[in-house]
Design a protein around this ligand. Sequence first.
Ligand code: SF4
Ligand code: SF4
Length: 447
Amino acid sequence: MRTLHHFHGGIHPPTQKSQSTGTPIATLPLPAKLVIPLHQHVGNCAIPEVQVGARVLKGQRIGRPEGRQSSAVHAATSGTVAAIDMQTVAHASGMPDLCVTLIPDGKDEWVTHAGVDYHNASHTELRHMLREAGVVGLGGAVFPSDIKAYSRHHKITTLVINGAECEPYITCDDMLMRERARDILRGAEVLRELLYADEVLIGIEDNKPEAIAAMREAVALDGHRHMEVIAVPTLYPGGGAKQLIRVLTGIEVAAGVRSTEKGVQCFNVATAWSVWRAITHGEPLLSRIVTVTGNVEHAQNFEVLLGTPVKDLVAHAGNKADTERYIMGGPMMGVDLPDSGVGVTKATNCIIAASPALFPPPPPALPCIRCTRCTDVCPAELQPQDLYWFAKSNNFGKAQEFSLFDCIECGACAYVCPSHIPLVHYYRYAKSEILVRDQDKRAADLA
Ligand code: SF4
Ligand code: SF4
């Protein structure tokens, strides 16, 4: 039996997951319009390579990767390009970004595509396929997977597949593991080969017994001798990469250190599934599983074409009249969407319809009483109350000195704060101010 380890802090918010796991993953009908952002990943925006008025096929590349850190974007169905312009996208900033608007023709006609037997392809070819297929981290990070699946300088001993899904309300990974376990593990095997990893540890929180059983059955069925499915204690934010690595391996990935330097790489379960589809079926990333929950009649998971307007998605789940806003992600780390017309992106794992009854406004913030409860629960072992003071007083140098950028914005500190201080807002503010100042300084140095 494997010995599990602990990370510092953590909390137990109500999980609110059972609402959306009662029915299988459903497929959303083809929407009347898709709004597909060309920048759905970490790195450079993809460059549009279609014209307004062009007919495109399902799976056809409509945005080519620009530079080393970028990713391709594709038409999620066949149809006509109606516009290529700046539109509001699913991002907290509310800033517009370049999007392709596609009017589906209802034929869902595929472009010619084919996969390969990964045993017969070079690693360079496989990584190129991932880049061309637009595969990025679907756990929220949206980092290009072709880059993560390569470790030039460090021997990777352990590949961690993250099925923890610790945030309340979100169940898309749980349902994916229940329904598509074998293909997730096949994708994990491709990643293991790409990284030359010795073992694959699949971490799933122990509040998902059906997913754990399905994944264990798939390991046995397909004889994955390098793999182990491990139930980890349910403790938020145990799905953070560093926290899960710590629990599974005991390895501490310190501030400013990459896990690969410690011989570990981590991918989300949905990413592993997309890797398998891309490599062996030649299918680009055109859709993802999205949990739709909260103030809706039928909370459920849907397979959703990228670019589907969020309002279409929530309408299908029976959105209730008193919904006042939409949260993308969970209640702890999610962001309010600027507009319900924005298209679903590769980062959209969950949409919560929020009503005043479900999410009442927080009480007014009171002064910090230095109780240190925030410190006790911080998984990054920071001093949240000090970071708060530094951010509030615009003392950004001190905030950096106290490792502001190691904060994963999990919200555990704010959750326990008896003074109801919206601590994460202060951290996000300080981080964005520091980044803007750094950019200004670089520009001034170059001038
Ligand atoms: S939001 Fe940041 S400071 Fe607060 S508990 Fe999480 S990691 Fe720590
Ligand atoms: S939990 Fe709130 S009141 Fe207590 S020390 Fe932290 S910021 Fe201050």
